[in-house]
Ligand binder design. Structure first.
Ligand code: TRP
Ligand code: ZN
Length: 892
């Protein structure tokens, strides 16, 4: 594995860069693919029979080149003729057959070793189970193939294995034959009638239990639904099954999309690089994204399962029936599908809460990506390793771009555009351009400027100013936009974006009616379309000086700035009808308050909590008519990571101190209110995952966090009681976190006990143990690195399991800023050590872990030097994977 994927360092060339502009259609097509797997841990034999034809749309070619990696070639046959060494050429990542006719059958036998495949790409072993992960370019680790998404083939797959070890044998499509064989072996043959690219191929074999249900589609067809899990997890499938059925119904109602096979299967595996994978008819899930049970899963976990189950299901249309021409079009399926799953989750739960959470991810994480060395457009122009481009930009920003079509077109036209896109490209490999063309065609709109959202990297900055003329009763809004430099383009060379700005004007008593020059009918919200670098919009008949509410609902993925007075923000937090805008204004108030404290601490001056913020919190805690979820969100201070994105150099300790100081001040000055809120949120009802109950639990959690900053005996007892008596993991883990985060001497014993007891209670539940690990990895008290190093040696840790790595290493490096950025550089050395080990073992995970180091330019010179030193150390490793190489090279 390592030898083949390693970058050749003796030749000083870096791995090849692939460019979008170089796209050429494939010289051959594979009409039918027959695969036979004889399962064996270290010697699985794969026989592939490919029916190939010359592609009429490509330049003719005499030779055929297939992708292949880490394969042992056993036998090759063209039509009926066995090929000899002179007929072909095997290279590190390819197989070329020198002379082929226009139509032929190629038979190829290879051997692979799933048991030693630690990259979790291709066919690999997870605990007792065998499974595959082929996206993006993993199929080439199974057999020689045209492993590119524009080669669509009809697959038939036979899996042969020991019946005792693998009673369940699965692949895509419908089961068409099963046979009892000699020596305790059996076989199953699956046929998928829908042509698909190889990245959607899947195979699963193991001793699995199944939960079964069914769904009647809008046209009356019965679809069998099956979720396969290890026996121990049978009691954790109900929520995923309910979510799946909701998703199937929603896609019929909202997008007119019906499921197409007679069976839909989900398999849960423990070792998985990402969240889940949309293989046709056979989705494979990370256990963390499919298993849920009130006792072991938090509300966040339930929401994640619901969202990911829907996401993968929605791919059946946005991704599978219409797939991508090449990997530069990745956001065509991912951005669109994320938009679809976000809207689904909004319809299932609280729309406002979902929007706030998604925008937090955008502004905290995607903006940071856009501002770092790996910044890339939603449609990248080039890459070295495509696995590095499964990013927040492709997924989340891509979804925001689709959302902007929705905003500009309105729901009806957007639906027409989506219908046209699916109808026109069904069974094809499409491009982002095709999607835009469909949206343009149904609406008659010109999206030529809008396309810069796909081709330009970076987060646009929009500055707005308002001017009220009391005499003329006009309010004019002037916008200015620019986009900063990113690695591949100077800001000054970038074109202005087409930006939808959702606007309302707030008067003293609520929203004002709006009249723009061009509009006859007054409304309370309009979508302004900003297209120039500088542009002014004038509202008429504005009876009082308004406070503008801008980018309502986060109508565009930009950094916006308006010179609000604090009192203006306060008005928005209480008066605005848009929940997101209320949250946003509150967050701006909190940011200002934290910055004020930072300024005071820097000068070692006395400080006082911003009174407007304090009053806003008090109002939120006393107004019982408000949605508890909104109160919880609005009273949660912006995270350390969010604050870190607002100014450079990032003052790690100062942000931490100031944030904690503001939190402590609110905690102290609202102690009785928080206690009342906590008691108000207590419930005796059995756990249910619905918007109302989730809201109450989220507010209860925030209340407990504030109360536990400086707990009284009474509060500490409440917290311990919640920890011991909770009937659900949301409340139990909230209490554990509150205890772990509590630095008060009063709680010292309870803190230690809680961690020990929690582990004893849950040591047999892998996903709960992950929670336990991450709470400790995030613990910001001094000495965290020592504790993290001890966790790596704990019996609960598994250095080959991505979920465990994420729970400890990623959480420490991304959510424990003061310790990871320790000024002695120890956090950086630790991370580099981990990356160097994983580089060989699992390059995709290694590369993802690099994230925090790549942002070195955002820190003070001292830390810059220390972080760079570790990047250079990684770079000097002789056998660097493409994945790690690309990120390190671009960061330095
Ligand atoms: N297509 C998958 C999704 O969005 C992503 C995915 C799953 C993936 N596993 C992967 C991407 C491995 C790269 C490598 O749902
Ligand atoms: Zn996806």
């Amino acid at each position: 594995m390592t030898a083949n994927t390693a970058v050749n360092q003796t030749d000083k060339n870096s791995p090849t860069t692939i460019y979008l502009k170089d796209y050429l259609p494939p010289a051959f097509l594979i009409e039918k693919t027959h695969l036979t797997f004889q399962l064996d841990p270290e010697k699985t034999t794969v026989t592939s029979v490919l029916q190939c034809v010359a592609n009429p749309k490509a330049a003719p070619s005499q030779s055929l080149t297939l992708h292949g990696q880490d394969l042992k070639l056993v036998r090759l046959q063209l039509n009926n003729k066995a090929l000899t060494a002179a007929d072909y050429c095997v290279e590190e990542e390819s197989l070329t057959i020198h002379a082929v006719p226009d139509a032929f059958t190629l038979t190829c036998v290879t051997e692979i070793s799933p048991a030693t495949n630690s990259s979790l790409e291709g066919l690999y072993k997870s605990r007792t189970m065998y499974c595959t992960q082929c996206e993006a370019e993993g199929f080439r680790k199974i057999t020689y193939y045209l492993d590119r998404p524009d080669v669509l083939s009809e697959f038939t797959t036979t899996v042969i294995g020991d019946k005792q070890q693998f009673p369940v044998l699965l692949s895509n499509g419908n089961l068409v034959a099963s046979e009892q064989l000699e020596n305790g072996f059996h076989s199953a043959t699956w046929h998928d009638p829908f042509k698909k690219p190889a990245y959607l191929f899947a195979l699963v074999a193991g001793d699995l239990q199944v939960v079964e249900d069914n769904f009647i589609t809008c046209s009356g067809r019965n679809v069998v639904l099956k979720i396969f899990v290890e026996p121990k997890d049978l009691d954790k499938c109900e929520h995923a099954m309910a979510s799946l059925k909701n998703a199937m119904k929603w896609d019929e109602e909202v997008y007119g999309r019906e499921y197409d096979l007679d069976i839909f299967m989900i398999v849960a595996v423990d070792d998985f690089n990402m969240g889940a994978m949309e293989n046709k008819g056979l989705n494979i899930f990370n256990t963390s994204c499919v298993l849920a049970n009130p006792k072991t899963t938090t509300d966040a976990g339930f929401a994640r399962v619901e969202g990911v189950v829907a996401h993968e299901y929605f791919h059946n249309w946005s991704g599978n029936r219409v797939t991508c021409r090449d990997w530069f079009q990745l956001s065509l399926k991912e951005g669109f599908t994320v938009f679809r799953d976000e809207e689904f989750s909004s319809d299932m739960g609280s729309r406002t809460v979902k929007r706030v959470e998604d925008v937090n991810v955008m502004r905290t994480l995607q903006f940071a990506e856009d501002g770092g060395p790996m910044a890339h457009p939603v449609q990248p122009a080039s890459f070295m390793e495509i696995s590095n481009f499964y990013t927040l930009t492709i997924y989340e920003k891509g979804a925001e771009v689709v959302r902007m079509y929705h905003t500009l077109l309105g729901p009806e036209l957007f639906r027409q555009g989506s219908d046209l896109y699916f109808e026109r490209h069904d069974g094809e490999a499409a491009t982002i351009e095709d999607f835009t063309a469909a949206m343009a065609e149904v609406s008659g709109r010109d999206f030529s400027q809008f396309k810069y959202w796909y081709s330009q990297a970076g987060t646009p900055v929009v500055k707005a100013e308002g001017d009220y003329c009391a005499q003329a009763k006009t309010f004019s809004l002037t916008f200015e936009q620019y986009c900063p430099d990113t690695p591949e383009a100077k800001g000054s060379d970038k074109k202005p974006y087409h930006i939808p700005v959702n606007v309302s004007l707030l008067g003293k008593a609520g929203l004002l009616p709006l009249t723009l020059d061009s509009q006859a009918q007054p409304q309370t919200e309009v979508v302004l379309e900003l297209t120039e670098a500088q542009q002014t919009f004038v509202f008429n008949d504005v009876q009082e000086e308004p406070v503008p509410s801008l980018f309502r609902g986060f109508s565009a993925p930009v950094k916006s700035a308006y010179p609000y007075k604090k009192a203006d923000l306060l008005r928005i937090t209480t008066q605005d009808s848009d929940g997101f805008a209320r949250f946003d204004a509150m967050q701006q108030l909190a940011v200002v308050a934290i910055f004020d404290v930072m300024a005071a601490l820097r000068k070692q001056e006395e400080w006082q909590l911003e009174p407007l913020l304090l009053n806003a919190v008090k109002e939120l805690l006393t107004n019982e008519a408000l949605d508890p979820a909104m109160v919880a969100l609005m009273c949660t201070l912006p995270s350390q990571a969010y604050m870190s994105g607002l100014a450079t150099p990032i003052e790690v300790e100062l942000i931490h101190q100031a944030r904690n100081a503001v939190k402590a001040a609110i905690a102290e000055q609202c102690f009785d209110l928080w206690l009342a809120v906590y008691n108000r949120c207590l419930s005796t009802k059995a756990y249910a995952f619905n918007a109302n109950d989730v809201a109450l639990r989220s507010l209860k959690k925030v209340a407990l966090e504030y109360l536990m900053v400086k707990p009284t005996e009474e509060v500490l007892a409440l917290c311990v009681k919640q920890f011991n008596n909770a009937d659900n993991m949301t409340d139990e883990s909230a209490a554990m976190s509150a205890l772990v985060d509590c630095t008060a001497p009063l709680a010292a014993k309870e803190r230690v006990d809680a961690l020990a007891q929690f582990y004893e209670r849950w040591k047999d539940e892998a996903l709960v143990v992950n929670l336990w690990l991450s709470v400790q990895a995030a613990d910001s008290t001094p000495g965290a690195l020592k504790r993290v190093e001890a966790l790596l040696k704990h019996p609960a840790y598994d250095s080959a399991n991505p979920n465990k790595i994420r729970s400890v290493v990623s959480v420490f490096c991304n959510q424990n800023a003061v310790n990871f950025h320790a000024i002695d550089g120890s956090g950086y050395v630790f991370l580099a050590d981990q990356i160097l080990v994983l580089n060989k073992q699992n390059p995709q995970i290694a590369s993802r872990l690099l994230g925090p180091l790549t942002k070195w330019q955002k820190y003070d010179v001292n830390r810059q030097g220390l972080m760079r030193e570790q990047l250079l150390r990684i770079q000097s490793e002789p056998a660097l994977s493409k994945d790690v190489y690309e990120v390190v090279a671009k960061s330095l």
